[in-house]
Design a protein around this ligand. Structure first.
Ligand code: G1P
Length: 291
């Protein structure tokens, strides 16, 4: 029913001030969870969902992101000459086909809605995914694949939500919903970062969206909301009552890598989960916790 989702917008212009000094000369999306930068998890999540065209909305000091998805000739030649085949494969498998990524700059930090709007010409008039790379989601099928499956059924926009403790609503976009069926609920309200006492629910947006292009018509107006920023959540709120619009309750793993503890948790959890690191990590944690 839904038109095929082929493209993803990856907003990566943020300064990463919570990770200074690590992010002084390096994009926060290049911070690694075990051995992959956050941005690669987001790209791999898309590829696993059948998306292979990418719009990176970048800012100053984000060159490393572009380089990461390029061929590293000297490094590859060196690995080849030293017969380091598995490392060579890791280096080559960053995964974006030639010509399938564009990097456009958000010149001013005017908000997430503005960042997504910066991608409008590259998306055109088709449904598209948005992934915030500092939210790491791990599940099978991926969170984005789950959203696309729901979009295929409903033909409309679908956003991923998860329950958070009420005192945390002020850190998230929050959805009001009705009629939950197979984890899908109709969205009746959306508000960006409400105070706990004003939040319509505790269902938080977790940075994964499949959106119809009509969202650009609202973002075109450049209206500001919470924090004086052009909010994606506000533009989405204007879409309620138009085409189908659902929240999907995501049930996989999700780590808030925009916070130091969330990032640390992601590293430990992924290391415990991966076959090549699980046993050693478990032993290591045991040793550390004993002291
Ligand atoms: C953004 C969105 C918010 C969402 C959150 C998820 O906020 O505006 O709706 O819940 O990402 O991480 P930010 O964390 O960029 O302030």
């Amino acid at each position: 029913m839904g038109q095929r989702v082929r493209k993803a917008v990856l907003p990566v212009a943020g300064l990463g001030t919570r990770f200074l000094p690590a992010t002084k000369a390096m994009p926060k999306e290049m911070l690694t969870v075990v051995d992959r930068p956050l941005i690669q998890y987001a790209v791999e999540e898309c590829l696993a969902a059948g998306i292979d065209e990418f719009v990176f909305v970048t800012g100053r000091n984000k060159h490393a992101l572009e380089d990461h998805f390029d061929i590293a000739y000297e490094l590859e030649a060196m690995l080849e000459s030293r017969k380091k085949h598995s490392e060579l494969k890791q280096t080559r498998d960053a995964g974006i086909k030639p010509g399938n990524a564009v990097f456009t700059r958000q010149q001013e930090p005017l908000g997430l809605g503005h960042a997504v709007w910066c991608a409008r010409h590259w998306i055109g008039r088709e449904p598209f995914a948005v992934l915030l790379p500092d939210e790491l989601t791990i599940s099978s099928p991926t969170c984005t694949a789950q959203l696309i499956a729901a979009h295929d059924k409903t033909g409309g926009s679908v956003i991923a939500v998860m329950d958070v403790p009420r005192e945390q609503t002020k850190s998230y976009g929050i959805a009001a919903v009705k009629m939950v069926k197979d984890g899908l609920a109709e969205i009746t309200g959306l508000v960006e970062k409400p105070k706990p006492e004003e939040a319509p629910s505790t269902l938080a947006l977790i940075g994964r969206y499949v959106l119809l292009p009509e969202v650009f018509d609202h973002l075109d107006k450049h209206e500001t909301g919470a924090g004086g920023e052009i909010q994606l959540t506000d533009a989405l709120a204007k879409m309620i009552g138009g085409q189908p619009f659902h929240a999907l309750r995501y049930s996989g793993q999700r780590y808030d890598c925009g916070s130091r503890i969330g990032f640390l948790e992601a590293n430990v959890a992924v290391a415990l989960h991966r076959a090549d690191t699980a046993a050693e990590t478990r032993a290591l944690l045991g040793r550390l916790l004993k002291d």
